[in-house]
Design a protein. Structure first.
Length: 281
């Protein structure tokens, strides 16, 4: 139960954030930390274990790596598919609805911003619920591929037992021996999640749209990101170059704390909910 002192501190924090951001339009940049309350682990949070994500070069260059990835994803995808937006996602959607938040640039692939009601969303790193053929560029729903993988690998998910779910709809499995990978049903080409891998570039049009949003905004709110990778950090630097107020809400330090007008080391859901209340009450 939250006591009166904690509520007062939370309200004061929310008021400081609002004073820094102003009335908008505020651009939000989100990372994995906003989705941890939905049960999706983050990459670099204070309690996160070391992770070594598969690179784009490994995926496209080695059939064994692709088998390993699709076997893990076949299990992890089901977990992410069942997750629901949390109060942090809903708070940003509430602020968009009243005209304070203009858009969300998210580094997450979990699609939870859209599920919460946010309409203006740039999925910077793609979406876990789509699959693209690297040969013919056909895009299909991940759910359709799940049916094919289940037919090719009957009972596989049931045999793996308890596993650790990792970010990006991945899962840690002891072995993927014998797993059968599905090829594109249209051309027989290589299928890849519609996700930007490590070592792969974000599509230029998404980056250009992100920069345009920075130019059209009066402030930047960073939520749940350590800003370790350039794909998200570039927008913070662009906001700083334009002398926009910058607020960073994240558990732990980030690579851009020195550029921020205000940093808040706290949980995303409770602070965003309190912040949305200040704009909508």
């Amino acid at each position: 139960m939250t006591n009166a002192c904690e509520r007062t501190d939370l309200t004061a924090t929310a008021e400081r954030i609002r004073e820094t951001l102003g009335q908008g339009p505020v651009l939000a940049l989100t990372g994995a930390g906003i989705s941890t309350d939905s049960g999706i682990p983050d990459y670099r949070g204070p309690d996160s274990p070391p992770r070594t994500p598969m690179t784009y070069q490994q995926f496209v260059g080695d059939a064994a790596f692709r088998r390993h990835y699709w076997a893990r994803n076949h299990v992890g995808w089901r977990h992410v598919h069942r997750t629901l937006p949390n109060q942090g996602h809903r708070a940003l959607a509430r602020m968009e609805a009243v005209g304070v938040v203009s858009a969300v640039i998210t580094q997450n692939v979990d699609t939870l911003h859209g599920a919460a009601g946010s309409r203006a969303v740039i999925d910077l790193h793609g979406r876990y619920d789509r699959v693209v053929c690297l040969d013919c560029s056909r895009v299909i729903p991940r759910e359709r591929l799940a049916e094919r993988l289940s037919e090719l690998n009957p009972g596989f998910s049931d045999r793996v037992g308890d596993i650790e779910i990792a970010p990006d709809a991945d899962a840690a499995l002891a072995t993927t021996e014998g797993f059968r990978v599905a090829d594109c049903s249209a051309c027989g080409g290589v299928l890849k999640p519609d996700i930007v891998y490590f070592g792969e570039n974000v599509p230029p049009e998404r980056v250009r749209r992100g920069y345009r949003l920075v130019e059209e905004s009066t402030a930047l709110l960073v939520v749940g990101s350590s800003l370790t990778v350039l794909s998200g950090r570039r927008f913070v630097k662009a906001a700083a170059d334009r002398h926009l107020p910058i607020v960073i809400l994240n558990r732990g330090e980030t690579r851009c704390d020195a550029l921020a007008d205000l940093t808040v080391d706290a949980g995303c859901s409770e602070v965003l909910t309190a912040l949305a209340d200040t704009y909508t009450r």
